[in-house]
Ligand binder design. Structure first.
Ligand code: FAD
Length: 392
């Protein structure tokens, strides 16, 4: 394959795969995105996109598509779940946009995916192919050959495995690594914003903390709807993103919560749930001309709302690395991996730590609440500069 034929195959047309194709196209590199599903489903619920993610969406030309569907919450209000008392009110809105040069958005995952796809479909350097599941690959001296489950053979200069949490290609790169249950389940539902009691600031991210469970709700669909998330200890092990859950199960998880939150939860009926998984950091992300990206490389628990954003960061880092060393793909993948592994590890660990703090009980929870009440909000947010201030 000559330098003029340089093109990248991407396995997985989720958030990471689409963003990678767009980032490569920004550098003039052609790609083919192979998505195993025949069509893109509407599954999923809310997703938060911090400034480190929206800055990338601006760069990819996606922000202008998503803006009309996203919300820009003014504050993050943290409450004690049992008493309902507000512990702190952290600035988002213009404060965080000015600090980091990009906004903090909340959106429906579907809207983020639709915006990425719209940009990708309009780009002549990107070829989207659905209904093709990549099963294997072999690195050759002049390229890489990937094989689909129905015997399709695809040739490219490099292969990006953006095939999500349950990546089957990961086994070719990091044999034996697999997600382990975190012992928690996320229950999700989207309700009309009109169902939110007037006492709650509508344009805010709300977090309610209680032992073994927390609840998050925030605006999506340009503020017309509210995404409700209950994350609680649970032994269920589901692999899908669209398992239905009974309202009674969710009510049971929040039975000790303050009445206003219980009332809010009671307005929701159409609950979906998925089990949370974690995975120890991989020893390597690449082999030959293939590399892992997004959840396939480093699944992250949702306690820092960074799953989609890490995939966006990966995408622009990989595209820049491939552009710098197009003539030596294996070296460029090593550069990508060296840049991403420490960053992803830090975010994954910070998420786990946040989860422990959110679900504290007894005296430690009381100490947490006191600390939150006393800490100056702007100083708390400055502690996340390393996260939201990320730039390539
Ligand atoms: C349908 C769906 C709904 C989701 N909803 C939410 C949500 O509401 N909130 C949230 O926080 N996170 C959600 N997630 C997860 C979130 O998108 C990811 O954690 C994050 O965006 C990282 O993106 P990713 O591209 O690495 O993985 P994903 O977004 O999971 O994308 C992986 C893609 O690869 C495809 N794929 C898998 N194997 C192959 C293969 N061998 N060949 C070709 N294609 C393959 C999958 O069908 C999928 O489209 C959802 C994921 C999916 C797939």
């Amino acid at each position: 394959m000559s330098a003029n034929d340089f093109r990248v195959a991407i396995a997985g047309g989720g958030i990471g795969g689409m963003a990678t194709a767009l980032a490569l196209a920004n550098h003039g590199i052609a790609s083919e995105v192979y998505e195993r599903r025949e069509a893109f489903p509407e599954e999923g619920a809310g997703i938060q996109i911090g400034p480190n993610g929206t800055r990338i969406l601006q760069r990819l030309g996606v922000a202008e598509f998503l803006q009309a569907h996203a919300a820009t919450p003014d504050v993050l209000s943290v409450r004690d779940g049992k008493t309902g008392r507000e512990l702190t009110r952290l600035p988002l809105g213009t404060w965080i946009a000015e600090r980091h040069g990009a906004p903090y958005w909340t959106a429906h995952r579907r809207d983020l995916h639709v915006a990425l796809r719209a940009r990708a479909e309009a780009n002549p350097l990107i070829d989207l192919r659905t209904g093709i599941e990549i099963a294997s690959f072999v690195t050759e001296p002049d390229g890489i050959t990937a094989t689909g489950t129905r015997g399709e053979t695809l040739k490219a200069s490099a292969l990006v495995c953006a095939d999500g949490l349950w990546s089957n290609l990961r086994n070719k790169i990091a044999p034996g690594a697999s997600p382990q249950p975190a012992g928690k389940v996320a229950f999700r539902c989207v309700i009309p914003a009109g169902d939110l009691a007037p006492e709650f600031t509508p344009n805010a991210v709300h977090i309610w903390l209680a032992p073994g469970a927390h609840v998050v709700h925030y605006p999506v669909n340009a503020g017309r709807d509210i995404a409700l998330v209950v994350i609680a200890d649970d032994t269920m092990r589901e692999r899908g993103w669209d398992t239905s859950a009974s309202a009674a199960t969710v009510h049971e998880k929040v039975r000790d919560y303050a009445p206003p939150l219980q009332a809010l939860i009671a307005t929701a009926n159409d609950w979906r749930c998925w089990s949370l998984y974690r995975m120890p950091p991989l020893e390597r992300l690449s082999t030959g001309r293939a590399t892992l990206l997004g959840d396939a490389a480093h699944p992250v628990l949702p306690f820092l709302a960074q799953g989609a954003v890490l995939a966006l960061e990966d995408a622009i880092t990989l595209a820049a690395a491939l552009t710098d060393r197009r003539s030596d793909v294996e070296a460029s993948l090593q550069n990508y991996e060296q840049a991403r592994r420490p960053r992803a590890r830090r975010v994954v660990e910070a998420s786990q730590r946040n989860g422990r703090i959110y679900h504290m009980a007894g005296a430690t929870a009381l100490a947490r609440n006191t600390t939150m009440r006393l800490a100056p909000p702007a100083r708390v947010m400055a502690g996340f500069d390393w996260l939201y201030g990320w730039r390539l």
